[in-house]
Design a protein around this ligand. Structure first.
Ligand SMILES: Nc1nc2c(c(=O)[nH]1)N[C@@H](CN(C=O)c1ccc(C(=O)N[C@@H](CCC(=O)O)C(=O)O)cc1)CN2
Length: 236
């Protein structure tokens, strides 16, 4: 078991610093090239949680000067119509990034839709090519999924060395668990993934220097209290 003391990371302060850095960069881009970065945020249906995440993203865009191109589609939109909208955004010169909020309604094939997003606008990093490059040694994806990137950024900006650390990721979702595992590997951590099929997860978690909890179950990581660096995300 590790004998470090727990470190509380001030995520809000770090987020504020990052936002002001982005605002400066957006201003520089606008002044130098006369172009305002545009982010298309696409939401399908009326899930309250998705609406709330999308509103936060749109608000964050406004705060830093990114133009948010809002696309709200009804729950019963067809897969073809949604893909048509993605194609339209792919060729729209005012749109530099496209984000399709997940989950999509059951009648829509998520994989098919995500694969249609132009690689260079895939700001979520969910396109199979971007995820594939994240998984490969010596390759760099154009974009990395934001929650995993946020976890690593929080650690780095808090002065925590990742290289050589024993990291345990709880959960293996496409959105957080899997990409954060790949990202930590790229940072030279020794990574173990604990999931629903893991036997005696407690014993693995107790040995960790860094824990990233990415499961939809509150209190899942209370067993992990001895870990010095524990980031908690319960969206998946
Ligand atoms: N297109 C996308 N869809 C979805 C994503 C995504 O990254 N791109 N992620 C989730 C939803 N989501 C953002 O959209 C999201 C949900 C939850 C969190 C998170 O960090 N939650 C924290 C609490 C944070 C807080 O309340 O201050 C936690 O649960 O511990 C981040 C992102 C699915 N869809």
């Amino acid at each position: 078991m590790s004998d470090h003391k727990a470190t509380v990371i001030d995520g809000k302060a770090i987020a504020q610093t990052i936002r002001s850095e982005i605002a400066t960069e957006v201003r520089r881009l606008s002044e130098t090239y006369g172009k305002v970065p545009g982010l298309a945020v696409v939401i399908v249906g009326n899930r309250k949680d998705s609406e709330s995440y999308v509103n936060m993203k749109r608000k964050a865009c406004a705060e830093v000067g990114i133009k948010s191109v809002d696309t709200n589609l009804p729950e019963d939109v067809s897969e073809t119509e949604l893909i048509c909208r993605v194609h339209y955004l792919n060729v729209n010169p005012d749109v530099h990034g496209i984000l399709v909020q997940l989950p999509l309604p059951k009648h829509i094939n998520e994989e098919k839709v995500l694969t249609e997003i132009a690689l260079e606008k895939d700001v979520d990093g969910f396109h199979p090519m971007n995820i594939g490059k994240l998984a490969m040694k010596g390759r760099e994806p154009l974009f990395v999924p934001c929650t995993p990137k946020g976890c690593v950024e929080l650690l780095k900006r808090s002065g925590i060395t990742i290289k050589g650390k024993k990291a345990v990721v709880v959960g293996r979702s496409n959105i957080v668990g899997l990409p954060v595992t790949l990202l930590l590997l790229k940072e030279d951590a020794t990574v173990t993934v604990v999931h629903s099929g893991t036997k005696e997860p407690e014993s693995i978690i107790r040995e960790a220097d860094i824990i990233i909890a990415a499961v939809g179950q509150a209190m899942m990581v209370t067993i992990a209290s001895p870990c010095p660096y524990c980031l908690h995300n319960e969206c998946n």
